[in-house]
Write a protein that binds this ligand. Structure first.
Ligand code: SAM
Length: 214
């Protein structure tokens, strides 16, 4: 059967802490897989901020959110038991949250987030590295990532969660991985509780750092 993948574990930890109507952030939206997951969790009453430095990432995320959420709603609805009216209702359960797709580095995310949401964010996801299917030389970089993580911790509400998926196996990923792990290990315990989910037999395998704000 095997353990959950790193990304599935990140989603599980977030799902346990996020409610419909919450405000959430995808700090590296890429192809929009995590953004879609977050959008479904917070629903139409929620707010999603998604950041990337590549325009094509924002385009892919927008396409995924606009196209696949309604389709998925239909799939959910068609699986639902019961008479047609209840299926029609279930189709209304997955409309989009309020979206802010931001073409900017996550290190300045606080500049883009509404003042009344600062300190109120339920979950912030980082999936580091490069955009699959695009230029692999455009990767997240250690210094901006550390600045962004520090900002993310400040933006979270108490009980909110920060997840970081790290890729020590790719070029440029090693130094960033070490720096982020050190940053998390040195985070004062009164600010947050940090854990690692990792396949310890493979040093090049991606792994997850998750922090719950206290
Ligand atoms: N979460 C994405 C998904 O679900 O498809 C995958 C993210 S991909 C592994 C990493 C992304 O980080 C790339 O799209 C890349 O352009 C983006 N990125 C790199 N540096 C960034 C920065 N400073 N701020 C925001 N995004 C950045």
């Amino acid at each position: 059967m095997g353990f959950l993948s790193v990304l599935s574990m990140a989603h599980k930890l977030i799902k346990e802490r996020v409610q419909p109507g919450d405000t959430v952030v995808d700090a590296t939206c890429g192809n929009g897989v995590d953004a879609q997951f977050l959008a479904e969790l917070v629903g139409s009453r929620g707010t999603l901020y998604a950041f990337d430095i590549q325009e094509q990432a924002l385009t892919r995320t927008a396409e995924r959110l606009n196209a696949s959420l309604p389709v998925q709603a239909v799939e959910h609805a068609s699986q639902a038991e019961g008479p047609a009216p209840s299926r029609a209702n279930s189709m209304k359960e997955y409309p989009l949250p309020k979206l802010h797709l931001v073409l900017d580095s996550h290190e300045v995310m606080a500049n883009h987030i509404a003042v009344n949401s600062q300190g109120q964010i339920a979950a912030i996801m980082f999936n580091l590295g490069y955009l699959p299917g695009a230029d692999p030389s455009i990767i997240t970089l250690t210094e901006p990532t550390l600045i962004a993580l520090q900002s993310a911790i400040m933006l979270l509400r108490k009980g909110g969660i920060l997840t970081i998926v790290l890729y020590p196996g790719h070029s440029g990923g090693d130094a960033e991985t070490i720096a982020v792990e050190q940053w998390a290990a040195n985070l004062p315990q009164q600010i947050g509780q940090a854990v690692v989910y990792k396949r310890i037999q493979r040093s090049d395998a991606p792994f997850l750092v998750a922090i719950e704000k206290l």
